[in-house]
Design a protein around this ligand. Sequence first.
Ligand code: CDT
Length: 346
Amino acid sequence: MSPVIKVAAAQVGPVHLTSTKEEVLERLLILFYTAVAQGAQIVVFPELTLTTFFPRHMFPNGPELDKFFEKGDIAESSLMKPLFDAAAEKKVDFYFGYAELTSDGKHYNSSFYYSAALGKIISRYRKVHLPGTFEPFTKPDAINQLEKRYFLPGDLPFDAFRAPGLIKGAVKGGQSVDGSTIGKGDPILGQLICNDRRWPEPWRVYGLQGMELMLIGYNTTSHSPELWGSRKPMTLEEEYKEVMFHHKLVMQANSYGNSCFSVCAARAGADDGKWGMIGGSCIIDPQGHIIAEANTDDDEVVVAEIDLEDCRQGKEKIFDFDRHRRTEHYGRIVEQTGVKEPELLP
Ligand code: CDT
């Protein structure tokens, strides 16, 4: 068995307030078929793939806001049918981020993983870490990120899952094998959405399930002093570089610390010609190296072949959790949310 698979990030460039979901879907199909032509077996699409990044705008609750959401089960969506059909026909899996409005009226920033081998969605996720504010900033030209207003925090666990049909000869449950089955089964995947990637906790929860490949979609604004914090004055170009630096830093560090590959796909570029968002879609290996990355802030496919055997080095040596973790010292991670500093000195 050779656990080698080809993965792709389908970066999506500007999507405007006036763009229709049908127009976006046509672009997604082009990206999908481009990835397929390069042999991709998994295609990762961005966060909130179908629309402009609407949380930067203030909308009243109701139809004006809900038009950005997919209502009910996205597996039944007529809009999405061409993409599900393409995936089924080409036998290619995909990760997809979208705004979810449940049939009982709850709003989430969600993603799913579609398995072509099983012909259905096999894993669903709802973004846990919602950045930004509930109320818009009072400064008129501030750039908002109203995710706390528009979405509930995700209520689904960080459950890793195995995706079938990607690796020939993967060991199945109940099959008798000589020695350990670790690293010999179908690939173990995890999914996160955008801001989640900056927090080591979800990566580690997935890492503790042996996750070998993390999939992430994102929309990351390159200019928002109110949200990123007051820093030394920077040009727009310097800000872009800094935001890109932190994006790659967390992707590389968390892939290394959990000995996994990761694929992340951006909604990039200037929506409506003015709201800049970074590109930087990339594929990272378990030693933290970027092995493929986007060169533009536009529609672009990034592809790489990955050998999941490369996860074994970290998982069995420096990050062998079983031998080296010291959970007796990690209590604060789950017992405490905010910072509690030591008492002041007398
Ligand atoms: N979409 C999303 O989560 N974006 C955030 C921006 C943080 S606030 C500027 C991110 O972490 O990339």
